[in-house]
Design a protein. Sequence first.
Length: 457
Amino acid sequence: MKTINLRVNIHKIILPVITIALMVFLGISDGVVWGGDTQGYLNMDIGREAGYSLFLHFFFLIFGETGFAQAVVIFQLFLWGASLLILTGTIAELWDLKAGSTMIVWAIQVFFLLLLKYASGLGAVYANTLLTEGITYPVYFLFFKTVLQLNREYSHKRMAELLVYCSILTLIRTQLAVTFMAVVFFWFIKMLAGCFPVKRWLGLLLGCLAGAALVMGGQKLYTYVLYGMPQGTVGSGSFFMTSGLYNAVEEDENLYETKEDKELFRDLYELSLQQKANYRFMDTGIFLPLSEHYSQNFDKIKFEIVSPYFYKYFAESQNMDEIQIRIEMDRINRKLGLPLFLNHLREKAEQFFQECLRGYMRTAAKGSLLFLIPVLIIYLVYLCALVCSFKGKERSAKDAGWSALFVMIVSTGNIMLTAFMIFCEPRYVLYNMAPFYITGYLMVLEIYRKRKEENIR
C-alpha cells in the first residue's frame, strides 16, 4: 500500500511540482531567446516551413508585437513540462514502474533539458528559444509516447494520434518526415515477425502516405496564399550547390556547356577558395576532419558566398521582385549544383560516413574523440540489452526491446537524412537522446527483474 501511495504522489504531486518549478526557473533565468533563424519565421519567409511561422503569427495576432514573444515562450515551457510529465506517467504505467524507476525516467528528460541549456556548444537550444525546436522537441516526446502505447496495444484512435504528431512535426520541420518513414518501417518489421497483422500495417501505411500528402498540400497552399506560388518552400536546390562547391576542383568547369554557366562556376569557385571554404583547406590532424570542416563552412558557402552572388546576379540582370529572385536562385542552384554534386559522389560518401558517425555519437553523448570509446561501450551495452530483451518471454521485456529497436530505426533515419542533406548539428539529431537512454534503462530494468525472479525461485 505504501508503494502505491508513493507512486501516486510522485505521478500527481511531487514530479509536477518540481517540473513546474523548473519551467518557472527557465522562464525567469533566460526569458525570450532569439535565434539566428527567428526573423525568417516571423517574416514567413518562402524558404521556411509553414508550421512554426503560422504558430508565431498566431501569437502575434493575439498578443501583439510587444507581448507575443513572451507568450510564445510561456506556451513552449508549458508544452515541454506537459510532455515531460505525460511521457513519464505513460512509461510508469506501461512498465509498472516503482517510485525510484519513475524518478529515473523523469530525471533523464530533465537532464536532457538542462544539457541543452548548460552544455550545448552552440547554445540556446531549449524551450525559451524562438526556433522550431521550442515546439518540435516536446511534440516529438509525445510522438514517442504514442509509439510506446501503440506498440503495447493497437487501436485506431492511437494510430490517428500518432499520425497527427508525425504531420505536425513534418509541417514544422521537413526533416522530421523521417517519423512517417520510421513508423512504416518499424511496424513492417513487426509484421514480418508475426507480431502485427498485414491488414493493420497496410492501414498504417495508407495513413502515413495520407498524412505526408496533407502536409505537402498544406505547405503548397501556404505559399500559394502568401506569395501566389503553389510549389511550396524554395531553397532545396542550394543543397546541391553547397555540397558540390565544397568538393569542387578547377576542372569541374568542363561539366558545363555554356559560357555563362562556366563563368558562374569559376566565380563561385574562386570565392570559395578565397574564403577557404573548399575541402582542400581542412585540417587533417583533427577528429573527423572532413565532417568538422564541412559543418564549419556549410553556412559560409550557402549564405555568404552563393546566396549573395546569385541575388546580386538576378537583381542586376533581371527585372524581378524578391520572391521571383528566390525562385530563380533555387533553380540555378539546382542547375549548376547537381552536376557538381554527382561528379563528387565519392567525396560526398566519405563526408557522409564521417557525419553519420558524428550523429550517432551526438545522439548518445558528444561528438569528440574523447567520447569515442565511451560511446562505443554505451552502444554495445544497448545492443546486448536489446538482444536479451527479445530472448525473454515476459511481455514487458519484449516491449522494451521493440521500443529500443524503434529508437534505433528512427535515430538512424534522422542521422542519415541530416548527414546527407546538411550536417549533424546537435539540434538536428538530439531528438532521440532521451528516448535512447529511457529505452536503455527499461531494458536493463527488465533484465534485472528477470534475474531477481530467478534468484527467488
